[in-house]
Design a protein around this ligand. Sequence first.
Ligand SMILES: [Zn+2]
Length: 381
Amino acid sequence: MKVLAILFLVVAVSAKHEKYLGWKSYYLGPSTPGQMKAIGQLISEYDVDVLGHPVIGYEGVALVKPEVHDAFLEALQMEGIAYRVHRDDVKAALDQDDVLIERRRRENVARGGREMPYDNYQPLSVNKIFHSREWVTVPVVTYAIHKLVEDVTEPDLLERFDFVILPVVNPDGYEFSYNSERFWRKTRSTDTHASSSRCPGVDGNRNYDFFWNTVGVSPSPCDDIYPGNRPFSEIETRVVRDIIDEYLHRMALYLTMHSFGSMILYPWGHDGTLSNNAFALHTVGIAMADAIHDHQLPHYQPYTVGNAALVLWYGASGAAEDYAHLVGVPLSYTYELPGFSGTWDGFHLAPSAIEQVAKDTWEGVAVGARRAGDLFVTLKK
Ligand SMILES: [Zn+2]
């Protein structure tokens, strides 16, 4: 009986990432603006999932379903876009990722310390991340809390500012990505479309009331970039909207954390035009990136700072960063955190690299807060 039980357990574990049987992932290395633009079109045409955004000179990573695999590669060849295999067997890579996360957890426990929430990926137990699968955002944000209330080395920050921090904006999606589908991106709502019971969820970062449902969206709830049936259809985005509303009169800086691509992006993300505050957005963005660069390990990809639609070469409507800026937050950014380094071996950032990324990002956040505070006085006059 014992043997049978163990066998059953093995089957149950390996079935976890079954959905991704036959899926592959590819590095994409565009080298011209035309190819950047083509990638934007191909990902919607072939429903390819961009895990890491490419820029010219730095590869991104795309997840490809078996149904579209051959056609997608053919299209890449037609466009002359360089690509190479990232993971030939995504399911196996995810199984390996689970092993690494568990190993890291045991190492942390063996070191005698309590498990720090910024030292590994975490199941949902901590008290702002958006897209559920972008797990590294959680330890990065909880580390910021740690630096503000536990290991206070920069007391000026708490003296000058109040911080409103939401480590997980999309808890249901996060939990689902942890326990069921690793690449789940959306919320888990089932009430926005006739097909929502079959294909639940809305892309939270397409659901804000900013040129809602105009660009970079799909009308199908089965797609990852479905914007919902109306702006703020999701409780998750309404919560953020209400927080912005409540503190707007003294909100100097809004940061929303995503992964990955090593980018600091600012409005307007739907069409690449610039806001009246673009100069400040760019300078403070550069200051944050410089602070991160001063600390990050040399083999990490440096940050690209710029307008979201111009850096990514495709527009998206209904994003949080744009909405915050539209209603009056002078400095509003999307961070795409670093995804991998030359030495990483898991599917995403190796668990052992998380704390370093959390520390690097904190440097950017701290500089951003100070610069925003200095500017806020001027801007609000
Ligand atoms: Zn995201």
